[in-house]
Design a protein around this ligand. Structure first.
Ligand SMILES: Nc1ncnc2c1ncn2[C@@H]1O[C@H](COP(=O)(O)OP(=O)(O)OP(=O)(O)O)[C@@H](O)[C@H]1O
Ligand SMILES: [Mg+2]
Length: 311
């Protein structure tokens, strides 16, 4: 396993400001690595630059400074080794679900026969439980089904790296939950390196191995990288029973509610952008003779979708 399968090195993005004379720095000097096979999530408030990083990683946008090395090569443009699942499904409206997936498969394997392309595309539609709807066009599918076609299409090209920009945020809670379960199940089989942006703390805790926290923009930076301290075999229905669940969840919520803004203003703590702190929130066992610490006592009642910065 390569520890720096994706290596983001000194990445910066700047835009001309409204005066046209100065510059707005979205983020500056961002460094982090994603290991091969890792599920890596990014959380941060709206506008801090998450999609910009993902788009640069996809080769769809250029950084103002810095580089990304992915799978041993410098990212200089889009590649079939890196598939993107956008928030909107971005399907071709005039093609059926099957034809949408076939289009991706045949671009990946131009030498394959029509039959082989079809068989492969059907396999991935079946993976997202949509084989019965293969002949339907996007307009005839529900939002969740369209998103699943988008996922099947991305997976069908068997990319080395899967990039997802809030893939489930437009879906209702039930559909979102079942798609998260499908992603977990597929991940266990494919072991793909995955980079995902989310606003949902519980989604990150369920899916991610590591969670990168970004401070508020402009001038956003990597605040820390949080390791998921829940067991690998977790599921949506049982993860809240683990003693590390609330320490981890409270840590993430606390970051979004207070620390992300405080750090953006400069909290006076020196930091090394090349080596963001790595944090492992775990259940603290009570000190000998002291009161027992109950993780339940510190349950955060904040909503899990905190896309708005704290005032
Ligand atoms: N072409 C552009 N010109 C000027 N500023 C831009 C341009 N594109 C993006 N930005 C700014 O860059 C910042 C980061 O945008 P980005 O879409 O990466 O944020 P984000 O973290 O993904 O936010 P969200 O959670 O809302 O999706 C925003 O403040 C945005 O206004
Ligand atoms: Mg975004």
């Amino acid at each position: 396993m390569t520890a720096n399968f994706i290596s983001v090195q000194g990445l910066a993005k700047r835009f001309p400001d409204h005066t046209g004379k100065g510059e707005t720095v979205v983020f500056d000097n961002v460094w982090f690595d994603v290991a091969e096979g890792e599920f890596f999530c990014v959380i941060g408030h709206s506008g801090c630059g998450k999609s910009t990083i993902l788009n640069i990683l996809a080769g769809l946008d250029q950084p103002s400074a810095g580089t990304i090395v992915a799978g041993g090569t410098h990212v200089e443009g889009p590649s079939l080794d890196r598939a993107v699942i956008f928030q909107g499904h971005a399907l071709m409206p005039w093609l059926t679900a099957l034809a949408n997936v076939e289009l991706a498969v045949s671009s990946r394997h131009p030498d394959w026969s029509t039959g082989r392309v079809r068989e492969h595309a059907m396999k991935f539609l079946a993976l997202v439980h949509l084989d019965h709807a293969s002949g339907k066009k996007p307009a005839q599918l529900s939002g969740g089904m369209r998103q699943r076609v988008g996922i099947a299409r991305a997976l069908s090209i068997e990319p080395k790296i899967l990039l997802m920009d809030e893939p489930f945020s437009a879906l209702d809670a039930l559909t979102r939950g079942s798609l998260q379960d499908e992603v977990l199940e597929m991940r266990a089989r494919t072991k793909q390196t995955t980079f995902m942006i989310t606003h949902d703390v519980d989604e990150a805790m369920l899916l991610a191995d590591k969670i990168l926290l970004m401070t508020n923009g402009p001038n956003a930076r990597v605040a820390e990288i949080v390791e998921n301290t829940l067991p690998k075999s977790r599921s949506r229905t049982d993860m809240h029973k683990h003693p590390n669940y609330y320490p981890l969840r409270n840590h993430l919520i606390d970051f979004l509610v207070t620390r992300s803004a405080a750090m953006a203003k400069g909290d006076g703590v020196a930091f090394d952008p090349r080596h963001p702190p790595i944090v492992r929130p775990v259940h603290a066992v009570a000190a000998v003779g002291g009161p027992a610490l109950s993780p339940i006592e510190s349950v955060a009642r904040a909503p899990t979708d905190l896309s708005k910065p704290a005032a």
